[in-house]
Design a protein around this ligand. Sequence first.
Ligand SMILES: *[C@@H]1O[C@H](CO)[C@@H](O)[C@H](O)[C@H]1NC(C)=O
Ligand SMILES: *[C@@H]1O[C@H](CO)[C@@H](O)[C@H](O)[C@H]1NC(C)=O
Length: 510
Amino acid sequence: METFRWGVLTVILAFCAAKTAEEWKSRIIYQLLTDRFSQKGDNPNTTCSDLRSYCGGTFKGIEENLDYIQGLGANAIWISPTVENTVNGYHGYWAKNIYKVNPEFGTKEELKSLIAECHKRDIWVMFDVVANHMGRTSGCSDRSCPAKKLTNFTEFVPFDQQEHYHELCYIQGSSNQSEIEECRLGILPDLNQSVPNVRETLLDWVANLTREYDVDGLRIDTLCEVPKPFWREFQESAGVFCLGEANYYDRPRYLAAYQGSALEALLNFPLYWALRRSFNEKKPMTQLLDSIHLQKEIFNDTTVLGLFVDNHDFQRFLNMTPDVTLLRNSLVYVFFSQGIPLVYYGTEQLYHGGADPNNREALWPHLDNTTAMYQFIRQLADGRKSVGVDFGALNQKEVYVDNDTLVITRGDKQELLIAVTNVGKSQGSVQKSVGNLTDMEQGSVFVNIWDKTDTATVNGGVMTISLTNGEPKIFKQVPPTPPVRDNSSAAAIFVHPLAAILCFCVIVFS
Ligand SMILES: *[C@@H]1O[C@H](CO)[C@@H](O)[C@H](O)[C@H]1NC(C)=O
Ligand SMILES: *[C@@H]1O[C@H](CO)[C@@H](O)[C@H](O)[C@H]1NC(C)=O
């Protein structure tokens, strides 16, 4: 009875401390790979010679460099899966023993110390968790491995029996949902969540993990590869905000269906692909607008989606397109549209690695908080924070689009105006007459948040803005001055001789 009571109390306390989706909307998440961010003691001379294996990053290394993350403006970190992995599982997605901390990253105490230090600084911690599969079986790297080895599960804890897994088959890339859910991703042994013992073990595990480490949120791997009802239970058991990876080709409607029926929040892969088409492939910006409209239609709630330009599974933005101006435009969209922005480590240092594992470079030779892109991201974070805590949820309106430029406004009174373009660096200056601002007061003035001398005024529901050298712009509406009380307009004109002259001119010339 006593134990029961304490148990209930613990659960209630844990639940109260957990950060809600609403609260996560005020966060900016820095995604890092624990093995690649920083070594303990920071030894910049050690380079990463084999990106397919461990390079030496640790929990301690992260803790020692929280200033760098905070200085960038991030107030949450997404770290690699923390559990012990099979050989070469430097990324963390190849679990061997789900109850042990990966010794390559440090000890349990070091992990707890990192989290405590983060919380002291109001940085929230997001664990990455995998419940679809376990790691590669020893000595197997591809499907040519003998089936006897591929189905030898004795090294895994706690799932060491054939009956814990689906039959051996591989995801071939079809849209057959039972293939996606029951077959192997790569050669990774696919857990059968329909087995009661597997299901309950995973649910207990995640409940204990979030509570033991005081985790603020989870990033959940491979959503499409497990039936949706399992994820609803998993999220409930975790008791924290869960951001899921529903990523199986660019199929927006299929992916969006995972919000609500599986998890509350998802990474916005449809937006990722749309940004890539418009900024990397330079397809018309009208396609980005079409995608935004589609997202509003198919997602339950676009305000809790995680937005990103780069991550660990795609070649980096600058690998596809070396024009940093285009990267800045894409980042402005990620930071200022509806949702929760994420920055993948290394973007701030203009990393340009190709496909996995080249997009997983070591950061420690470049932990430099003075570079232009680091400062730019800091400015984006500051700009976002200056507007208010629930920035991600602010009303969004698309007010202008053509082939190369998209303009959106944010807020009920359209307090912010964000213009992004894919013309690129070499295009000189473009001028746009942004319309659809008819519900905005005539004469409303907007000021560029980075340059107070750059202003634009609404005139007849239209505002003219110029974008220079392909750079994005963010404008903030100047709050209207309160109306003058008790003064008739005639009196006001007397008070302001300049106004009187202007008025005279208007009368004469009209
Ligand atoms: C399964 O793998 C373990 C090592 O992980 C090995 O000791 C054992 O002999 C293997 N069993 C079979 C049937 O191959
Ligand atoms: C998964 O487990 C369920 C429940 O035990 C079982 O009925 C089903 O056949 C298993 N699926 C596969 C593909 O092994």
